[in-house]
Design a protein around this ligand. Structure first.
Ligand code: GDP
Length: 364
């Protein structure tokens, strides 16, 4: 599956956030219990209001959301790139995730110690990013030497890889994260395989005190400014509130949120933002039995989407009966969409669009 790693300095509220995520997941439909793969790894359902709309139209007996994984990655301190704290373990864990959710402490609380004795989320972000850049630089420099030999002896692939590594190293030495490197379309996959920590997309989570959950505060405003300048996303959440909300039942939850000026749990925004960060979109299969949401990466074609449901579907793919979400809703379901000429038969090259309602035809 697709994984978001939760990182941040100690005591910024990572565990609080992860606990909220896992408790919410535990409270979700009984047939889809929260599954802990390891104590710090959890699957959560991706909230999507479109599922209820589709299920109502089709009279589906059951709604099955799609899911993504969050990993709580502890152990990041200044010096992690040199093995301080849980240094090496931390770096190995973060290498395995597809995107990074970076929690920043934007709350004041004299009772909670800050590792660097100051509340400055922008400086914290720099501390963390610096460690990650140093680790990337170190890992690239290790790989460059042996590669140079191969490149000098004329191996084409080695030459190309070396060029990619060299331009990334140059950027890192200027103090810039690897995600800013300009890539040709051919370089995208080799770059991903380098598994660089600062090559992964980032979302900042501003953890504010309870009273600022709806409005944010001056610290989160600074983070948002920084994120914007970097081209990264950011959201404001009170992790404490989320932890409380996660323990309430559905009815209590809405009242509690309304009293705080919130329309929905911050976790919903976080999960959706994480999904987006991973470059994922959703398609649906809808029928009387179930309304099922499925995940593909943006740009996936019909057979790949079919393969998410079953590998046989991908091999034997013929066509996908496809109705755009808006057309399905506007015409009150499949029959109406057919009549309105909004029912399409899509072949192997079709690029799946977010919200597509699909039914696959395949050979067995
Ligand atoms: P981690 O080390 O980043 O995993 O941080 P924790 O989630 O364990 O939080 C560290 C401490 O900060 C705990 O005592 C939390 O209860 C507290 N904390 C987390 N979020 C908030 C918050 O929004 N407001 C306040 N006042 N305390 C918080």
């Amino acid at each position: 599956g697709f994984k978001c790693g939760i990182v941040g300095l100690p005591n910024v509220g990572k565990s609080t956030l992860f606990n909220a995520l896992t408790q919410t997941a535990a409270a979700q439909a009984a047939n889809y219990p929260f599954c802990t793969i390891e104590p710090n790894v959890g699957d959560v359902a991706v909230p999507d209001e479109r599922m209820e709309v589709l299920a109502k139209i089709a009279g589906s007996a059951e709604i099955i959301p799609t899911r993504i994984t969050f990993v709580d990655i502890a152990g990041l301190v200044r010096g992690a790139s040199k093995g301080e704290g849980l240094g090496n373990q931390f770096l190995a864990n973060i290498r395995e995730v597809d995107a990074i959710v970076h929690v920043l402490r934007c709350f004041e609380d004299g009772d909670v110690t800050h590792v660097e004795n100051r509340i400055d989320p922008v400086a914290d972000a720099e501390t963390v990013e610096t460690e990650l850049m140093l680790a990337d630089l170190d890992s690239l420099e290790r790989r460059i030497k042996p590669l140079e030999k191969k490149a000098n002896s004329g191996e084409k692939e080695a030459k190309e890889q070396l060029a990619l590594m060299m331009k990334t190293v140059t950027l890192l030495r200027e103090g810039k994260p690897a995600r800013l490197v300009e890539l040709t379309p051919e370089e995208k996959e080799p770059f991903r395989q380098l598994q660089l920590l600062t090559g992964k997309p980032v979302l900042y989570v501003c953890n504010v005190e309870e009273g600022s959950a709806a409005s944010g505060n001056s610290l989160s405003a600074k983070v948002q400014e920084m994120a914007k300048a970097q081209g990264n996303g950011s959201i404001v959440i009170s992790n404490r509130i989320e932890e409380e909300v996660a323990q309430l039942d559905a009815a209590e939850r809405m009242d509690f949120l309304a009293a705080l000026g919130l329309e929905e749990p911050g976790l919903n925004r976080l999960i959706r933002a994480g999904y987006d960060l991973l470059g994922l979109i959703t398609f649906f299969t809808v029928g009387p039995k179930e309304c099922h949401a499925w995940t593909v990466t943006k740009g996936s074609r019909g057979p790949q989407a079919a393969g998410v449901i079953h590998t046989d579907f991908e091999k034997g793919y013929i066509r996908a009966e496809t109705i755009a979400y808006a057309d399905y809703v506007a015409n009150k379901g499949e029959a109406g969409a057919r009549e309105a000429g909004k029912f399409r038969l899509e072949g192997k090259d079709y690029v799946v669009q977010d919200g597509d309602v699909m039914h696959f035809r395949f050979n067995t």
